[in-house]
Design a protein around this ligand. Sequence first.
Ligand code: PLP
Length: 476
Amino acid sequence: MTSEEFRNHGRAVVDWIADYWDRVESLPVLSRATPGEVRAQLPPHAPETGEPFAALLDDLDAIVVPGLTHWQHPGFFAYYPANTSGPAVLGELLAAGLGVQGMLWQTSPACTEVEQHVLDWLAELLGLPGKFTFAGNGGGVIQDTASSAILVALLAALHRVSAGQVGRAGIEHDRYVVYASADANSAFEKAARITGLGTSAVRLIQTDGAMAMDPVALREAMANDVAAGRTPVMVMATVGTTSTSAVDPVDRIGPICREFGAWLHVDAAYAGVAAVCPELRWIHAGVADYADSYSTNPHKWLLTAFDCDACYVTDRQHLIGALSVLPEYLRNDASASGTVVDYRDWQVPLGRRFRALKLWAVIRWYGAEGLRAHIRHSVALAAEFAGKVAADDRFELMAPRPLSLVCLRLRGTDEINRKLLEKLNNSGQIYLSHTKVRGAYTLRMAIGGTATRVEHVRAAWELIDRTATDLLARTE
Ligand code: PLP
């Protein structure tokens, strides 16, 4: 592709994306594709000769778009949002165009230093103290996802607790244990499996009435393990659980971690970015004093296209100690000087693209003010929606609503709630997901999409209201 051809096709691609965003609201939010339907439309073999680029865009329209669930649809309320935005896409495009590989400082100094700097900015925007930044002994790194942040935090914790022994000799069977709430994300157990600790090392601690980890139960579990000769390695507290957005009491969990010498990782994948708003910083109570590592996903609710997880540690030596393997072909004077950051030692893969450009573009385009406005808008929409649910006797709110997730249920059987969700999602207008709260089937309405406005949330409530009326009439 010549640079002239690139310019032309590039313009067409940007136009295609802008048109997609303009029309996405008219598409059914949940894909109606059946299994195998997309593949059946693709040629069985790769083309022998090159094709015009326009043919790819034609296939996007004809084959791909009907096979998509539209996460950027303003009626997408499932899971948690995966915001994208103009500056994020343009930042991503620039990173691909530059095509640098930032595994070492030396392989592209700006790739590393912009990332260090942008993550220091973000720490400040979130109100995290200096020890999480490069001004202290800590610092931030962009991981692909919160799952990777949990994994590297656990590796660093194992490194610290074993004084490097785990890295050298592997894991002693049945010695180390890790803790999180029963509502922690499944990425926690996955990390335990990947590190070789295994599921048997995982202790899921009971939650209280607000679905947050019960610190008394945590302390008891840790004391029992210690009495049985095991070593607590890490506790993961969740700020904004996947199921109900519950906030674990980090300020009460932290002292228990100190008592047992366990690493404290705070997984704030969805909720953490809300701390750009000073009035929401209460979600981080205890993080400054007790967390050894912390991560949040700008790719969920901070307008930064997937993937982008901001992961921080307060003492980078443990992370680097756990992950650094130095072969001859990577040796260089800058690394040897000890004055630079080599991000290959902060993540599982060796190579990495210019990850910070996208986040840099987003923060510069919106400014702190714009980011705060986005979060406040989502929280206000959720408050209005929750108010309507609360005012309707047919429904009940199933969990507290600290931020922008509303958990609701029709009073009645699980079956009727399953039917309600199915009907809503088949409407093509909105998409919600579900969870179980105290064993009861519960609908999750997660607000926060880039394009979601008050009219979309009001229309969603009207649809829920109408659908419930129909369903209840039929079951009478
Ligand atoms: N932790 C929490 C609290 C989450 O809500 C999620 C996803 O929703 C994850 C971790 C996993 O996120 P990721 O897809 O970035 O690994």
